[in-house]
Ligand binder design. Sequence first.
Ligand code: AQP
Length: 332
Amino acid sequence: TKRIFSGIKPTGHLTLGNYLGAVRQWVTAEYEPECALFCVVDLHALTVEHEPARVRRLSRQAATLLLAAGLDPARCTLFVQSHVDEHTRLAYLLECTATDGELRRMIQYKEKAARAQVSGEGVRLSLLTYPVLMAADILAYEAQEVPVGEDQQQHVELTRDIAVRFNQRYGHTFTVPRATLPAVAARVMDLQDPTSKMGKSHDSGAGIVYLLDEPGVVRKKVMRAVTDSGDGGVLYDRRTRPGVANLLDILAACTGGDPAALADGYSGYGALKRDVADAVVELLRPVQERHAELAGDPAQVEKVLREGAGRARELARPVVDRAYRAIGLLEP
Ligand code: AQP
């Protein structure tokens, strides 16, 4: 069976983008615990300005939400990145494999570095090296597939390059992974600014649907979504009609239809928005119900994370040890 790995960064409350782009792919497959690893990648949350208590709170919340969304601890391994030292151990070796130029080309780095500069906070060095730590997250588990949204595709490509280079120079050590993207909604856009991604750390609250938003809030956000001017009814064209295309993508992802075909069923934006709002509310309802139950039992979530970290450590250690030997470090 295939080994898969993916993660979520506790930099904000989980969004509809995280769910449709990534989390839903994680919960629909049938796994064995050793084959599917899902991680709250808390170290990655320290690459931008952060508040310690908030990161802790968001890490717990992310784990709880992943369970609420349907991750079954009996069939997958759910853990917190900082609980398994192998990630940072391996990251250093990969920093000795990747180049400065490669990392500066990453789109997320350019965007987030620009934002950090504007805020006057300065760009943390870890923001530049973040994709290398992400490569370590993936390679430590010999993952073959990495189910992610479109914004993470470039980082998975870099991971492949690093793995191939390491293997060529030091002998076969790592499995070379590939990204898998959902067929629709691989990039959910901000409802208020449909030319940029719906991002959990962005401040446009009105354009972001959070998984824990109440139905009334979801409806309000969807009904106020920016649509496109221009006549010709409801058309699916991501380039010229990004606002409407985004709503059609969301509807298609929720109902299982095809976004272009769905467009034919509407003559106006109002009816489309109402259907999108209904579909999202229905999609989130069971997740929110389970979240409310689980949030009342934090000890249960902690137990899952503790057991997950134990299993993850056992899987990662031999791989990372092998990499230490291959690259030329003396056995202790
Ligand atoms: N808008 C999106 N549409 C589809 N997929 C998305 N993902 C994120 N935003 C969208 C996918 O969700 C998974 C977890 O994301 P992450 O925690 O690694 O953070 P990110 O990719 O940097 O996205 P965020 O949520 O916008 O966080 P911030 O604002 O902190 O950068 C990934 O598989 C991602 O592709």
